[in-house]
Write a protein that binds this ligand. Sequence first.
Ligand code: SF4
Length: 64
Amino acid sequence: MKVTVDRTLCDGNGVCMGIAPDVFDVDDDLTLHIADEIPDDPAIQAQVRQSITSCPVLALSLEE
Ligand code: SF4
């Protein structure tokens, strides 16, 4: 599982970080950082999928 972000859309609101804090982090400059490796953990992967559908600007995409 790999997640990518469209940085032209992401405004750093942190919704994804709130849902999947092990994978997403928004820094003080409102830049989103995504973990290089998403843990092979069904609970975390479910959080990632929820983050993708919950992003207000649909900036996240999943590459299986
Ligand atoms: S929820 Fe979407 S817009 Fe907000 S920080 Fe995450 S990717 Fe960016």
